[in-house]
Each structure stands twice: as C-alpha cells, then as structure tokens.
Design a protein around this ligand. Structure first.
Ligand SMILES: Nc1nc2c(ncn2[C@@H]2O[C@H](COP(=O)(O)OP(=O)(O)O)[C@@H](O)[C@H]2O)c(=O)[nH]1
Ligand SMILES: [Mg+2]
Length: 347
C-alpha cells in the first residue's frame, strides 16, 4: 500500500488534507499527535493514508460471502433484543391500559391487577375495551329476576341503612301485583325506625299488599302459612349484626325451610370496593346469595360493588332511580357490563 503523510493543526484539517489530495476512497494507516518543531509546546496531527484499492463491487465482481464477524453477530443480537423489548413494552402498555380502565371503574386494585394479567399482547384502545368486556362478561354470573319466578318463595333484602332495601322491595311488590297479579305479603323487621312502618303502610294501601310489621321471627312462617300465600318479601333494618332486629331477621330467615329463599344484599352503586367487601362480610350471617345494585343513576360506575359479582355473588336486579315501580330491572349481562365499565371504558 502506498501511504502518504498529511499534517494539520487538528484531526479535522489533517483529514481535510487527505481528502483534498486523495479523494473520499482512502485507507487510513495511522493517526497520531506530533510535536510542532517551532520551539513551542503546540502539537499537530499527522495522518498516514493511501488510496483504497478499487472495490470488487464497483468492478462488477460479485462479493464473496464473508463469514459473519463478531461485530455483525452482536449487532444482529442487539436488533433481536430491541424487537423483544419493544414487544414487551407494547404488551405492558396494553396491560397498563386494561388496569387503568378497571381502576377507573372502581374495581379494587388486586382484582384489577389479576384481571389485567391476561390482557392481549397488542391491542388498540377499542381492542382493550372489547377484551375487557368479554373477560368480565365471562366472570359475572346472574340470578336475574328471582322475585318474578312462580311458586311460593321468600325474597329478603339485607344491607346498610339507606341502601334502598325498602324501595327495591316496594318495586318488586308492585311488579308482582301489577304485572303478575300475585298475592304479596311483606314482612318488615324494620319496626323500630320512625317512619319505616308508615312507609310500608302507604305501599300496602296503594298496591294491595298484606303487611306484617312484627318483631317476631315467626312472622315469615305465618305469612307463608296463609292460604294462597305466594310471594313473601322480607324487609330488614340496616343495623349492625349485633342489633336485635338483625338477629330477629336472621332467625326468621333460618326458619324458612320449605319455600325457596333468596336473600338479596342491597348496595348502592357508588360504594368503593373496600366498603362493598366490608358490607358483604358484615351481612354474610344473613346468607346473602344475590346482589341488588341501587342508585346507578347517581354513580359514574359501579365497579366497586360489581367487584362482588366478579367474586361470585350473583346479580339479581339493577335499580337506576327512586321511582316505584319503574326504576328496577332484572340484571342482564349487557347492563351489568355497562354499569361496570361506564367510567372505565373512557379512561
Ligand atoms: N336515586 C336513587 N334513589 C334511590 C334508589 N333506590 C332508593 N333510593 C332512595 O334512597 C333513599 C333510601 O331508600 P330506602 O329504600 O328507604 O333505603 P333502606 O334504608 O335500605 O330501606 C330513599 O330516598 C329512596 O327513594 C335508586 O335506585 N336511585
Ligand atoms: Mg328500609
């Protein structure tokens, strides 16, 4: 190789000199700093360069396949890893979006994380929403319209004060009377609270219901023993489990042996996941086997309460207003999912 030497005050100018003399296709032999022989401490850069031999490409000769160098091998490995990291990031983002939608709907953190684990690898926002609906739909079970089923049965409402127990039972009583012409008896164990009995007297008068406002746990059995007894609705006070009316209701419900008994836990839609879980535990002694979600008209989403449905409690009714009897509907999967994701889908 025919090397020539070029100098400059810095590397840039030395390379400039190389380019000016030999053009762009050069081979650099060496580059080094040298002292300037002008008696100062200044230094210059010296580059040795030669014209590159003509490339086989340009001369029309096919290049022979070169063995893959270590550098190329590493580059390919890095590309592969990059693609993998991108795929993982996309998957994580999908999972994050699913988690965010669930949290926005009010579903508790643990449940949201558990559900989002199975989210699809890659998906648009609509894809994530569709997947969530499918996934949630598969986990929700319904026991829709329990009070409408024929044959003597007892439907009891339990839950915190103000949740909408009395209103919901009045709606069910009205539907049974007006739509089905059934004989309906109401047993109210909420005999202590001022106005509670009065509330039922008015409904009984309006709708033609039999009313038992007893503090005696045998009242349910008596109601069922009446000739032609059909639907018995049991209203309870919201009190704590130690409370006397609560104990009476528990004993009464325990005595209903022959007729099917449905104990509905009535909870307002705006409860958070922890409060809903707490209520479920508190009323477990009354053996709630169904869920009524009330006040859907007052909540953005009902994920906290419907988290109970995802954990196995079957949804019976949805209520979206105080009007008797209009604002109640037997639960349908579509409406439960709408209530569950009302807020989350927009997140
Ligand atoms: N906005 C709305 N209000 C409701 C609903 N259900 C019940 N309410 C109201 O909530 C209040 C308490 O209801 P009530 O049935 O007395 O609750 P209880 O203490 O559980 O028997 C009343 O003012 C009802 O009119 C509902 O679905 N939506
Ligand atoms: Mg009440």
């Amino acid at each position: 190789m025919d090397y020539q030497t070029f100098r400059g005050p810095d590397l840039r100018s030395a390379r400039g000199a190389v380019r000016a003399a030999l053009g762009p296709d050069v081979i650099i032999g060496s580059t080094r700093e040298i002292p300037l022989d002008d008696g100062t401490a200044r230094r210059a850069v010296e580059v040795r360069a030669a014209l590159a031999p003509p490339s086989p490409h340009r001369s029309g000769v096919r290049p022979r396949p070169q063995p893959v160098s270590q550098v190329e091998h590493l580059e390919r490995e890095i590309d592969r890893l990059r693609a993998e990291v991108r795929a993982l990031a996309a998957r994580r983002r999908t999972r994050d979006r699913a988690t965010a939608a669930l949290l926005a709907s009010g579903v508790g953190e643990r449940l949201a994380a558990d559900l989002a684990v199975g989210s699809p690898k890659r998906a648009s926002d609509e894809g994530v929403a569709r997947w969530l609906r499918r996934e949630l739909g598969a986990r929700i079970s319904l026991d829709a319209g329990v009070a409408e089923r024929s044959g003597p049965r007892v439907v009891a409402a339990v839950g915190p004060t103000g949740a909408g127990k009395t209103t919901t039972l009045a709606k069910l009583a009205a539907r049974a009377r007006l739509d089905q012409g059934r004989r309906v008896t109401v047993v109210s164990f909420d005999a202590y609270r001022v106005g509670a009995v009065e509330q039922w007297r008015r409904y009984a008068h309006l709708l033609g219901l039999q009313l038992e406002t007893s503090r005696d746990e045998l009242a349910v059995a008596r109601a069922l023993a009446q000739p032609g007894a059909d639907l018995v609705l049991v209203d309870t006070a919201g009190g704590a489990p130690g409370d006397e009316t609560f104990a009476t209701a528990a004993r009464a419900l325990g005595r209903v042996v022959d007729s099917p008994l449905h104990t509905l836990l009535v909870l307002p839609a705006f409860l958070g996941a922890e409060e809903a879980e707490h209520a479920r535990a508190q009323y477990a002694r009354l053996g709630a086997d169904g869920l009524v979600v009330t006040k859907l008209d007052e909540a953005l989403s009902a994920g906290g309460v419907l988290g109970l449905a995802l954990a196995g409690l079957r949804v019976a009714y949805l209520c979206d207003g105080p009007r008797v009897p209009e604002d109640v509907a037997p639960a349908s999967l579509e409406r439960v999912l709408d209530a569950l994701l009302a807020q989350g889908e927009r997140a």
